[in-house]
Design a protein around this ligand. Structure first.
Ligand SMILES: *[C@@H]1O[C@H](CO)[C@@H](O)[C@H](O)[C@H]1NC(C)=O
Ligand SMILES: *[C@@H]1O[C@H](CO)[C@@H](O)[C@H](O)[C@H]1NC(C)=O
Ligand SMILES: *[C@@H]1O[C@H](CO)[C@@H](O)[C@H](O)[C@H]1NC(C)=O
Ligand SMILES: *[C@@H]1O[C@H](CO)[C@@H](O)[C@H](O)[C@H]1NC(C)=O
Ligand SMILES: CC(=O)N[C@H]1CO[C@H](CO)[C@@H](O)[C@@H]1O
Length: 412
């Protein structure tokens, strides 16, 4: 711990060469993510949200991008999962250009608050101005991450920009009220091309937390199944790969991404379809991602056996029933940042078990606070690693006793 703290201090003072990440792409080898030299790369990092109404990475009204990235770096983390909404790309197609951040903030927060939040963003991030667009802010985050040696995983979190996720929010499943499949493909085609100019971006998550469209019984009964999952996800993955063959492509599962159970074993998905990674020319770019918020777990053995059957068994190279040996990353899990929750079964189990199986992870969540969440402006996030004004850790106890030890167990 002493060493990583000392390094954190060094990194906070500015980028160092020893700290660099390669501009070369990542790929997979069996159950490992590997760099271009063949070294294992395990992701250990944090979610940085940007998919809510303002469509901007959160927190910039309180701190500079450089400062926030240096806080992440001080934990020894090596990745952020940066979320965006399809709506941002829809706007680019519909207007012929991306929306300036000031306009987007006013749209999200109203004239008065949008303007004052914009002014605060500029005071902390003076490289931006009235002409700066939302995607340029994403680029600035990705470029600062590259400078400080942190990978960026781009995640399509939602279609219509807002807090995610419920089964009745219109974004749940292919064809739901706001989940226009053609627009989703278009957004990925755009982003896969766009990130070619961002060397920190090595991987993408095609869609966050697919789930039952509970307010549409017809869509649920006719489409919420593995056959439709396969058709839509595989089509999108092929498009991403054809535009940008360098990217790792993460496949998420059903039921809020807690279920990829038929994938490791290549089980019948229905009507004779099965997922075989060898069917894809880009088999060495495929990664599985799962979420877990099972905070009521009563023992680590029950939690870890559920995780294995949810899909983590794709890591098991010695099990002959595993047809698709693949890397699996826990792209979301999280808990309240206070003085006790990290000691409970759920948090303690994940911080030992996930590193023990050499799986990657991103904790939910970095914020702090949100520009707006569920209608409430400047919403305080009690699960945030950072405090309300993003100046320091919310719970230094959790950081010292849980977050840093988990990073060290994964990367140390
Ligand atoms: C990747 O990690 C595994 C397990 O520790 C090890 O067996 C393998 O040799 C590593 N590969 C490289 C290239 O270091
Ligand atoms: C605007 O910001 C102020 C101060 O943060 C807050 O009290 C108010 O509720 C916000 N307005 C809206 C419409 O949320
Ligand atoms: C349910 O989803 C289908 C497919 O997108 C759509 O055509 C239909 O209008 C939706 N029904 C309702 C009640 O929203
Ligand atoms: C940020 O929040 C912390 C903790 O609540 C507080 O001590 C500090 O004064 C705040 N900083 C600013 C600039 O408001
Ligand atoms: C899950 C799925 O796609 N099931 C289909 C299998 O084929 C039958 C007959 O064509 C369809 O009725 C099912 O909907």
């Amino acid at each position: 711990m002493y060493l990583s703290k000392a390094l954190g201090l060094l990194f906070a003072t500015g980028p160092l060469l020893i700290n660099a990440i390669s501009s070369e792409p990542l790929s997979t080898s069996g159950r490992w993510i590997v760099d271009s030299a063949g070294n294992n790369v395990t992701y250990a990092g944090v979610n940085w949200p940007g998919a809510a109404e303002a469509m901007l990475p959160e927190g910039l009204q309180y701190q500079s991008i450089e400062y926030i990235v240096s806080k992440i770096k001080s934990l020894g983390m090596n990745v952020i999962r940066l979320t965006f909404a399809v709506e941002m790309i829809d706007d680019i197609y519909e207007n012929g250009a991306d929306v300036p951040i000031k306009t987007s903030l006013i749209n999200a927060l109203g004239e008065a608050n949008g303007t004052s939040v914009y002014n605060e963003i500029i005071s902390h991030n003076p490289q931006f101005n009235e002409d700066t667009t939302r995607l340029e802010v994403y680029d600035a985050v990705a470029n600062e991450c590259y400078k400080q040696g942190i990978y960026v995983h781009f995640d399509n979190h939602i279609s219509k920009a807002m807090w995610c996720c419920s089964t009745t929010d219109g974004n749940s499943w292919f064809g739901d009220t706001y989940f226009n499949v053609a627009n989703w493909h278009r957004a990925w085609t755009y982003m896969a091309d766009h990130v070619k100019s961002l060397p920190a971006v090595k991987s993408i998550g095609m869609r966050n937390e697919l789930r039952t469209p509970a307010d549409n019984a017809t869509l649920t009964s006719t489409s919420y199944n593995w056959v439709d999952w396969y058709a839509n996800m595989v089509e999108n993955a092929k498009q991403v790969n054809s535009v940008n063959p360098d990217l790792l492509i993460f496949f998420s599962g059903l039921n809020f991404d807690v279920d990829l159970s038929p994938i490791p074993t290549a089980s019948d998905l229905g009507n004779g379809t099965a997922f075989h990674k060898t069917d894809f020319s880009f088999a060495d770019k495929i990664v599985l991602e799962l979420h877990n918020y099972d905070s009521s777990a009563s023992s680590c053995s029950s939690l870890s056996s559920s995780l294995l059957s949810d899909g983590f068994e794709a890591l098991e190279t010695d099990d002959s029933s595993i047809v698709n040996v693949l890397p699996v990353v826990l792209t979301e899990f999280g808990y309240a940042q206070d003085s006790t929750t990290y000691t409970e079964v759920y948090a303690s189990c994940l911080r030992t078990w996930i590193p023990s199986v050499h799986a990657g992870w991103m904790v939910w969540v970095l914020s702090g606070s949100y520009y707006i969440r569920e209608g409430i402006q400047d919403y305080d996030e009690t699960w945030g690693l950072l405090n309300h004004n993003w100046s320091d850790w919310r719970s230094s106890q959790t950081i010292e006793n849980a977050i840093i030890p988990m990073v060290e167990a994964s990367l140390g």
